[in-house]
Design a protein around this ligand. Structure first.
Ligand SMILES: Nc1ncnc2c1ncn2[C@@H]1O[C@H](COP(=O)(O)OP(=O)(O)OP(=O)(O)O)[C@@H](O)[C@H]1O
Length: 221
């Protein structure tokens, strides 16, 4: 088992408040890891620090053995582009573009013919039951459909790490259940490591391992 990510005594403070206190953690290549803890405990902060959206106050994070660069460096931009995928509650899709176009935007840096990219995108959209809406603009899609488009974009965009922050928070419970199953199945099929911040104990239980802020790691389901 290879380690994709290592956190070594990572601390994050905001003013006089210590939100993350010497977090040390190994994330194994290909696993799903749930990040849980009470509201305000620092789950999103942890994800942001791992995802180069915010810098730690102290400590080190290594990605494939290499220390993460400063968040505003060119190296950080490349890491975010080529290695990290974000799946947020708001989905961060371009609403005036079609489902297919949104996925192709995520693939733009890949050296592959456009026709081949379209084939792969359409194949995944079909697998997610979205073939009929592939050419529809995202603004016209339902919340569940948008969530699946965002998941498809994450899976096809380059990058071995998916960072998901409450990805099903905007869905009703039946839709969330479907979305979780797709996410937990497909990240494995596509060989991507998944870190998911969640309030939902059902989601956490279904991940390979659970990291509780302030407590540490326990096995998942
Ligand atoms: N940029 C910031 N400046 C100051 N305080 C911040 C900042 N970002 C987060 N915080 C504070 O850090 C604490 C942890 O926030 P964070 O969003 O990481 O918690 P969380 O566990 O994800 O919470 P929730 O489950 O409610 O989403 C909160 O008290 C928040 O107000």
């Amino acid at each position: 088992m290879n380690t994709l990510l290592t956190l070594d005594a990572v601390t994050k403070t905001f003013g006089s408040r210590t939100i993350l206190d010497r977090v040390s953690l190994d994330v194994v290549d290909g696993e799903s890891l749930a990040i849980v803890g009470p509201s305000g405990s620092g789950k999103s902060t942890l994800l942001n620090v791992i995802g180069l959206l915010d810098g730690p106050t102290s400590g080190e994070i290594r990605f494939s053995g290499t220390p993460l660069p400063r968040i505003n460096s060119a190296a950080a931009t490349l890491l975010r582009r080529d290695h990290i995928n974000y799946l947020f509650q708001s989905f961060a899709l371009i609403s005036s573009a079609t489902a297919l176009e949104n996925i192709l935007i995520g693939m733009h840096a890949m050296r592959e013919r456009r026709a081949a990219k379209i084939d792969r995108a359409m194949g995944l959209l079909e697998r997610l039951g979205l073939l009929a809406v592939a050419q529809d603009r995202v603004v016209t899609l339902s919340g569940g459909e948008r969530q699946r488009v965002a998941l498809a974009r994450c899976l096809l965009k380059p990058g071995e790490l998916i960072l998901a922050d409450e990805p099903t928070g905007a869905l009703d419970s039946a839709m969330a259940e479907i979305a979780i199953t797709e996410m937990l199945t497909l990240h494995r099929d596509f060989g991507k490591t998944l870190l998911v911040v969640t309030h939902d104990a059902r989601v956490a239980r279904r991940c390979d391992r659970v990291y509780e802020i302030g407590t540490g790691i326990t096995p998942g389901g």
